[in-house]
Design a protein around this ligand. Sequence first.
Ligand code: UD1
Length: 472
Amino acid sequence: MDMLVIRGGQPLRGTVTVGGAKNAALPIMAATLAATGTTVLHGVPELVDVSTLSQVLRSLGMTVERRAGGALELTVTDDQPCFADYELVRRMRASVCVLGPMLGRRRRACVSLPGGCNIGHRPIDLHLKGLRALGAEIRIERGYVFARADVLRGADIYLGGSFGSTVTGTCNVMSAAVFAEGTTTISAAACEPEVVDLGNFLNAMGAKIEGLGTPLLKIEGVQELSAVEHEVIPDRIEAATLLVAGAITRGELEVANIRPEHLSAVIDSLRAAGATVELHGTRARVSMNTAPRPIDVTALPYPGIPTDVQAQLTALLAMADGISVVTDKVFPDRFMHLPELMRMGANVRREGACGIISGVARLSGACVMASDLRASAALLLAALAADGESVIRRIYHLDRGYDRLEQKLNLVGANIRRVTDAPENLPASLHLSTEEEAVPTVETSDVPPAPKFLSHPSASRQHELKDTARHG
Ligand code: UD1
């Protein structure tokens, strides 16, 4: 297993280019199960999650090949298999995206339930509700979803849940409804750009979906989808992570290949926190030369701040000049990064679906453990800004979702090394000897000063924070 060793404190300067969106590429790849012919996808990032889904698709009778130049070619060679095994699906929740296209095209599907996840409870009840409404018989047995439908019929489906819309649920139901007889409407559909990209891809193949990007989709069923060539949209989460990297290191970073309209909420938050963000077509230039201002951030379905950027913004606000409240209304338990940020000197605590972040002037490098994909990104950002060296373990989470992130960051001034996770690879600065651990008399010059809290909440503000924490 690898770990990252980061020497912090370097402002990032230069231009860095965003790759294709993981969360668009995965459902689009899954939808090729329903295509006749060879699909060619451009901009599919090279990620562990993409390799995992490729294996799932191969097990379902497809060939998946990366061509020289990077395009991914996918062809159905056998449309009989319908079994997605737990051993593959458990590695990546998004494998559940094969359910809708497989049921739509092959009329039966047996897909392992994805199981638990570090960012909180992630049921698929809404996916199943939508597919049942189309006429599928669904039962859950021995950890698998068994779905079949001799005929799928258009229906009016409400897909909203307690936490809003569902992204992969909308993808699944939309991909099956494309083959349903008659008209389907999906209300409370997810409006995320990744859902729109999937819808555009399906429409290019011959589907008839209207209302993409709105909560109301109207779908006329068709008989067949013909393979096409498609370019996946840029990854707005990678873009947001890079923008925060520019701001948190007090650098001046140009982030290329973005769709600014997909990043409105993130850019608004960065500006509110004091960063300068200039937009030039498909590029954004971020700079920051003071401590961030504290802001309150709430992760919401699109076009709100993405839950997938909540942890990264939390890392930025950990160094703000005051107190911020970060709330996650999509995954209210997604705060595993807080204890690890505390190891770096952050002053944070959790109250229900909120993190209360009291900014500190400096973070100090430490050994930390990544718990999930975006938490790893947040720790990497904090490490880039921290004094001294940091080590991030369990970075396989990062590799699931970011294509060569450390190489990209190193090209703009970061100092990140990927090494085998072994005691001898720990930086000397983090390797306290037994005597040092027993008697904390380390040279003061080696250790950053204790975090300085720049301001404390007033009594009324404290009351407000508690109130927010209680009522969400
Ligand atoms: C997708 C993204 C993930 C992102 C999330 C929210 C992919 C591959 N993953 O995940 O990166 O963090 O959207 O933007 O695109 N819910 C239910 N019942 C369901 C489905 C979801 O209650 O059947 C709840 C979830 O527990 C969560 C909320 O709805 O609280 C949103 O989840 P959802 O949009 O489905 O997330 P994913 O599609 O799994």
